[in-house]
Design a binder for this molecule. Structure first.
Ligand code: AP5
Length: 234
């Protein structure tokens, strides 16, 4: 493991986005990545990549993901540890979908301590469960660049053409069915929601009303992230 101090000698910023499926973690993490030069580290994306490549971890994860459960802590922690070791993470990370259990939160503390870093802010995106099924079942992404869209809330400006890269193929996630979303919400309430108190007790918790429009959530997040990264707000 390398010591993750930046070129200026500062420790790498570490932000966590907490929230149930469909809260907007991925949508907002991508914006923060672009605005603040942070690296989005999404365990969902890393696991889907492992499934697509047919790795041992991917084979073990696929069945659990398909039914909306949580993949084993040992697999997820190993994937995160490897990703955190990559040099680009030294510029700071936004953890999207990790940690999801108290065991993962404890492991994260250990991994960061080895780098002389710690969690700067854990931001809970707060939403109504009832809205989540609609948000998730309407979601689709550009097959080429991964830009996210929604049937009702965010269509591409030109129909069938990605705003960001001009791609014309879009895809939907296999676990975005109404039944699987209910299992994912249940897993969130049982295993992940307790982390809100965990980070509150450490004085690191921020809460955002994520039922607001995407741009309003973005502004609330910027106000929290800018001081952590030392960036000035426009
Ligand atoms: P993961 O990929 O992390 O899925 P998730 O947590 O269920 O979250 P989503 O990606 O579905 O939602 P999101 O909050 O990112 O919302 P989004 O921005 O896309 O995990 C998938 C699976 O992998 C898990 O079920 C589990 O099996 C496994 N896994 C992953 N991490 C794990 C871990 N640490 N431990 C164990 N297992 C793990 O937004 C959704 C839609 O809503 C989009 O269309 C968007 O445009 C729209 N939208 C966003 N914000 C708003 C808004 N404010 N208003 C209106 N629409 C909005």
């Amino acid at each position: 493991m390398t010591d993750a101090t930046t070129a200026t000698g500062a420790t790498m910023p570490v932000l966590i986005l907490l929230g149930p499926p469909g809260a907007g973690k991925g949508t907002q993490a991508k914006k923060l990545e672009e605005q603040f030069g942070l690296i989005q580290l999404s365990t969902g994306d890393l696991l889907r990549d492992a499934v697509a490549r047919g790795t041992q971890a991917g084979k073990a994860a696929q069945e659990v993901m398909d039914r909306g459960g949580l993949v084993g802590d040992d697999i997820v922690i190993r994937i995160v540890a490897d990703r955190l070791d990559a040099p680009d993470c030294e510029q700071g990370v936004i953890l999207d979908g990790f940690p999801r259990t108290t065991a993962q939160a404890a492991a994260l503390e250990g991994l960061l301590a080895q780098k002389g870093a710690s969690v700067n802010a854990a931001i809970s995106l707060e939403v109504d469960d009832a809205a989540m099924v609609e948000r998730i079942s309407g979601r689709f992404t550009c097959a080429a660049c991964g830009e996210g869209y929604h049937d009702s809330f965010k269509q591409p400006q030109a129909q069938g053409v990605c705003d960001k890269c001009g791609g014309t193929e879009f895809k939907r996630r296999a676990d975005d069915t109404a039944e699987t979303v209910r299992s994912r919400l249940a897993a969130y309430h049982a295993d992940t929601a307790p982390l809100i108190d965990f980070y509150d007790a450490k004085g690191a918790l921020h809460r955002i009303d994520a039922m607001q429009p995407i741009a309003a959530v973005e502004r609330s997040l910027q106000a929290i992230v800018a001081p952590v990264t030392g960036a000035a707000l426009a």
